[in-house]
Each structure stands twice: as C-alpha cells, then as structure tokens.
Design a protein around this ligand. Structure first.
Ligand code: DGY
Length: 323
C-alpha cells in the first residue's frame, strides 16, 4: 500500500523530519520560506495531510481551494487561531494540535519574561554591551522585587497552572486568576490560587498580569485602554499567549504615560512586525515567539503531530482532534 502524501509547511526539528520522511511520502519545505495562499492551496490539493504551524494562516480563503485532496491538517502548535476551524470542518478536514507537550516550556518563558522585565535584565545587558556601565552604585538600575508579589493570571488552562506553580513555589507569589471557563477543582488543588469574578478584579490587585487565554475573536483586544486604566500603576504585563489579545497601540500609550510599569512580550499583534513604539522603549522585554522553542519541546511537538496523523491514517480518532 502506498504511503500517505504529507506536506510540511516549514522546517521542523530534524529528528521529526526524519521520522516523517521514513513513515510517509513527505515533502519538506527545504528553504523554510513562509508559504503563500496559493502554495498552501496547492499543498491541500496535492497531499493527504498538510502539516502547518502557528505562523501559517489557514483561512477560509485557503480552505476554499478546489479539488482538495487533503483530509487532515496536523498543526504543529497548541494554539489554533491561525486555522478557520469552521471552514476546515465544512471542507471535510480533520484538524489536530499539540497540547500538553509545550506546557512547561511556555510556562518557563513566561517566568523568564516576568523576571527579565522586573529586574530590567534586557535593559541592563544593552547598557553593559554599549559600554555605558561605570560600576556598581546604590541607585543603579533598581528594578522591582518579584518574591511575595501578586501574580494575576488571565486564563487558567494548563500553561497558566504551570506558571502558577512556578510563581507560588519558586517565588512565594500570591496567585489570583480569572477564566470564564474555570478549571476543575482537582486541576488547581494544591496551587493555592484565588479565583476572581472578572478580569477587572485581577487588574485591580495584580503586580504582574500574565495572559494565558486563547487568541481569536473572543479575546481580541481584551487588554486595551480600559484594562490598562484598571491596572495598578506599577503593574507589569506578560504575554506568552497570542498577540491580538493586547491592543498594542494602547499598550504603547499605557507604557509611555506610566499607566503601567512595563511589559514582557513573546507574541505580537502583527507577527513578525512589532509596533515601532515598543522597539524604542526600555521598559519592555521583547522576544520573537520563543514560548515552545527548546530542542526537547519542538521535537515532542513534532512527534505529537506524527502520532495524530498516524492515528488518522490508521482509521482511529487522533488524540488531539479539534474538529
Ligand atoms: C503554540 O503552540 O501555540 C505556540 O504559540 C507556539 O510556540
């Protein structure tokens, strides 16, 4: 029996690519370019499975391709706001993602940003590399302490809970959260977290606010000018979720006016473009969407896609089926 044809839209972890090549009739994206609408449509016409990543916009237009051969989109990433799930379902496609395997890695990066912005480490490194450091002095680059402060989580899914565990046990932080779909009691047992009835209740109390909600129309610009007004003046915003949850123009205004103290961002509204206002600021730490970027995690994510498409082609329901 011939192997299913699989098209991978970007370069993946080399060990995963080797597995894909071994187990499927696989077409890799050798030069790792970002595929155009026409290329994604061609992939859907020519493969049994297309394996996109969170940077491929699999819109209704893309999914409107005629003579589609593909039956499954095995997406490499946990977030799925880059895929129009309704259009995929209407086109008869199964869609899968890669939950769980990137939870710890992304939580680690949220803490990286939290510490970096509180302790001014990006700014300090630039200062040192620029040859501006004149030596230790009591008033030099004072930041904000983290230990014992209040961390507010917007969303309380797996990644938020992993952040809560690190912050509570590692930094003795008080954890509060809001999630319109609150976790089961057993999922937060032992975390010592306090549930708030609204995001505003979180904004009013938190020294650090970390976003862990999905992107998409439900949460679009959830953090805008009203939210910044509701935050404490010394608050820091951390975003490892999705860029469009934050109104970036309003964030720039809030940072410029001192409404909040700083922001640590791994995701942006128009990736890979970053609001030029942010690029000029010292009180922000900016990373290029590195939440899941470790060797171990990227390999695990890729292997989870392999598992999903193998189950699909064996006639089983893939473990991470979204639609
Ligand atoms: C995801 O999987 O959704 C992440 O944003 C990629 O790191």
């Amino acid at each position: 029996m011939s192997k299913p044809k699989v098209i991978v839209t970007r370069r993946w972890h080399p060990e995963v690519e080797a597995v894909l090549v071994d187990r499927f009739d696989t077409q890799l994206n050798d030069d790792d370019h970002s595929m155009s609408v026409a290329e994604l449509q061609d992939a859907l016409r020519n493969a049994d499975a297309v394996l996109p990543t969170v940077c491929d916009k699999v819109t209704a237009e893309v999914l409107g391709a005629d003579n589609m051969r593909a039956k499954i989109l095995g997406s490499n990433g946990v977030g799925f706001n880059h895929i129009d799930l309704d259009a995929a379902k209407a086109a008869g496609l199964t869609v899968t993602n890669t939950p769980e395997v990137l939870t710890d890695c992304t939580a680690d990066l949220a803490l990286t940003l939290l510490l970096a912005i509180a302790r001014r480490s990006g700014e300090g490194e630039r200062h040192l590399r620029n040859g501006e450091w004149t030596g230790w002095r009591p008033t030099h680059m004072m930041g904000s302490s983290v230990t014992g402060k209040t961390l507010g989580l917007i969303g309380m899914g797996r990644i938020a809970r992993a952040v809560a565990a690190r912050a509570a046990h590692g930094f003795n932080m008080k954890i509060i959260f809001h999630d319109p779909f609150p976790p089961r009691a057993e999922d937060i047992a032992g975390l010592n977290v306090t549930q708030c009835t609204s995001p505003e209740e979180v904004f009013a109390q938190a020294d650090f606010i970390s976003l862990h909600c999905p992107g998409g129309k439900e949460t679009y610009h959830l953090i805008g000018s009203e939210a910044f007004k509701a935050m404490k003046p010394g608050a820091f915003l951390i975003n490892t979720a999705r860029g469009d949850v934050v109104d970036e123009a309003a964030l720039v205004t809030a940072l410029e006016s001192g409404e909040i103290a700083g922001a640590g961002l791994d995701v942006f509204e128009q990736e890979p473009t970053v609001n030029p206002g942010l690029l000029q600021m010292e009180n922000v730490v900016l990373l290029p969407h590195l939440g899941s970027a470790t060797q171990e995690t990227r390999k695990a994510m890729g292997m989870r896609v392999v598992e999903n498409i193998e189950a699909f082609f064996a006639g089983d329901t893939p473990r991470d089926k979204l639609v």
